[in-house]
Design a binder for this molecule. Structure first.
Ligand code: G3I
Length: 473
């Protein structure tokens, strides 16, 4: 994508009178509705507090390695109520080698956010880009299973801590085709997106699940393709709660005149809309005006839950030379900052976003079948936990070795009539309906005495309710 600027003159940042700088915990308080008040009656003095006045959040993308920069974290904690890890939750960062998960940098951001009272947008579970090398080299069912396992683990690790996940990122092609983007994930089958969403729902039932993309900011072929996918998902009960509009804007991709109308048409489908990666190349008044227009568009759409800018200072941006953010390289507020704050304050507390109802029946409390072999015996036992929704389920099966180590194992499970297995990870399935036998794969056959390993599968229909039979080999 080309990006050019400037479109403005770079006038000095105007200062609002009598602004009270509230430090540290302000963002956290704002997340729960407290408002930092400026000299103007009723107006708030930070982005987070002013967005909170209408029930919205104001967020930023954050890089873990910058948290030790006190200017950076000072602005972050003063102004923002939502945090998106810029790179730290991506596949290459969280699963650098297959089955081996690494959460250090992402946890740093999550811990910082929790301490500051900020909420967290998770980004991104399934994406054609920033895959680790091992995933780039997979295809077909091996890649599909790796994706399911990845989502299960990462969303499971952060279960209960994430406001919304970008479950699938940038899956549609640019241009007029309205087609899916070609990628290794797409080549696993057109249903990869819904499998990703169902898997994420099972792993963290309380996180909102978003589809996120760029160049979908106005009504165009690409956004219409996403729109049609949301219509289809809603009709078939595939869990989707929100759509993210990245909004990387510049002279080659300017703010569309129908930006608000586009947000509104998605909102009318019953999904929350979120502006997820906002940056606008430019400077001065022109840039400030566009930031204000984006802000007003979100405020005018009841289901627009909040705005996230893609970085804090211009120098933190992936497009630093375009100076596309709200703070300059020294951390000073730009004209764009004041324009956003004023627009947020102009809205007042009159337009709270509506709560999005769940799109599908929430998963039931996982019933767990009793182990089949008493602890301490030889052989192995298996227990099943189930996340069931209307028409489908994900089963997670724990295989536990008895008093002797296992060099291989197999678990048999009876599926109710009409149920069938569509995806299996960390095991090899034989059969897909009736009694299905799952055996270990190369990397999880060896289990030490008393140790355990997990595999999972996704199915349509009703999940198994009987006990699982485990045999050692
Ligand atoms: O961390 C390494 C560093 O060790 C190394 O020295 C350096 C050399 O290039 O690379 C560093 O990693 C870079 C990383 O950013 C951290 O700065 C990667 O090369 C670089 O590819 C990565 O770029 C990120 C980009 O996604 C990758 O696609 C940007 O920071 C990030 O802002 C950008 O974010 C994306 C969203 O996820 C999805 N939407 C578009 C958006 C902008 O491209």
């Amino acid at each position: 994508m080309q990006h050019q600027n400037p479109r403005g003159s770079g006038r000095p940042t105007p200062r609002r009178p009598l602004r009270l700088a509230l430090a540290g915990a302000t963002a956290g308080l704002a997340a729960f509705g407290a408002v930092a008040v400026s000299g103007t009656a009723g107006a708030a003095s930070t982005l987070g507090a002013s967005a909170a006045a209408s029930g919205r959040y104001y967020g930023a993308a954050v890089a873990a390695y910058k948290l030790s920069d006190s200017v950076y974290s000072g602005i972050l904690d003063r102004e923002f109520t939502m945090v998106t890890p810029e790179n730290e939750m991506k596949w290459d960062a969280t699963e650098p080698s297959q089955g081996s998960f690494s959460y250090g940098s992402a946890d740093q951001i999550v811990n910082h956010a929790v301490a500051a009272g900020q909420r967290i947008r998770g980004h991104a579970l399934a994406w054609h880009s920033q895959q680790p090398g091992w995933a780039q080299n997979l295809s077909g069912s091996a890649l599909r299973q790796a994706m399911v396992n990845h989502i299960t683990n990462v969303a499971g690790h952060y279960r209960g801590k994430i406001y919304a996940w970008d479950v699938v990122n940038e899956a549609f092609a640019d241009g007029s085709s309205g087609a899916r983007r070609d990628s290794n994930l797409q080549r696993t089958g057109n249903d990869w997106i819904e499998v990703a969403f169902r898997t994420a729902r099972a792993a963290d039932p309380n996180a909102k699940l978003c589809y996120n993309d760029y160049n979908t900011d106005g009504v165009n072929a690409k956004s219409t393709a996403v729109y049609n996918m949301v219509v289809d998902f809603k009709a078939r009960g595939v869990p989707i709660d929100c759509v993210g509009f990245q909004s990387h804007l510049n002279s080659a991709s300017p703010l569309p005149g129908d930006y608000q109308a586009n947000l509104q048409r998605f909102a009318n489908l019953g999904v929350e809309v979120q502006i997820t990666e906002l940056d606008i190349a430019g400077s001065g008044t022109a840039q400030a005006n566009d930031f204000a227009a984006v802000t007003r568009a979100c405020l005018a759409v009841a289901r627009c839950a909040g705005i996230t800018v893609w970085g804090i200072r211009d120098t933190d941006s992936w497009r630093a030379s375009s100076t596309p953010l709200l703070f300059d390289g020294n951390g000073n507020k730009k004209a764009a900052y004041t324009a956003v704050l004023d627009a947020l304050n102009a809205a007042g507390p009159t337009t709270p976003p509506t709560t999005t109802p769940p799109t599908t029946t929430p998963p039931t409390t996982p019933p767990t079948t009793p182990p089949t072999t008493p602890p301490g015996g030889a052989g192995c036992s298996a227990s099943v936990s189930l996340n069931q929704w209307n028409g489908g389920f994900v089963a997670t099966v724990r295989v536990t070795a008895g008093s002797s180590a296992l060099s291989g194992w197999a678990v048999s499970l009876a599926l109710p009539s009409g149920a069938s297995v569509v995806n299996t990870w960390n095991a090899q399935a034989s059969g897909s309906s009736g009694t299905v036998r799952f055996s270990n794969v190369s990397y999880n056959g060896s289990v030490g005495a008393g140790g355990s390993t997990e595999f999972g599968f996704q199915g349509t229909g009703t999940g198994p309710s009987g006990s699982a039979t485990c045999s050692a080999s």
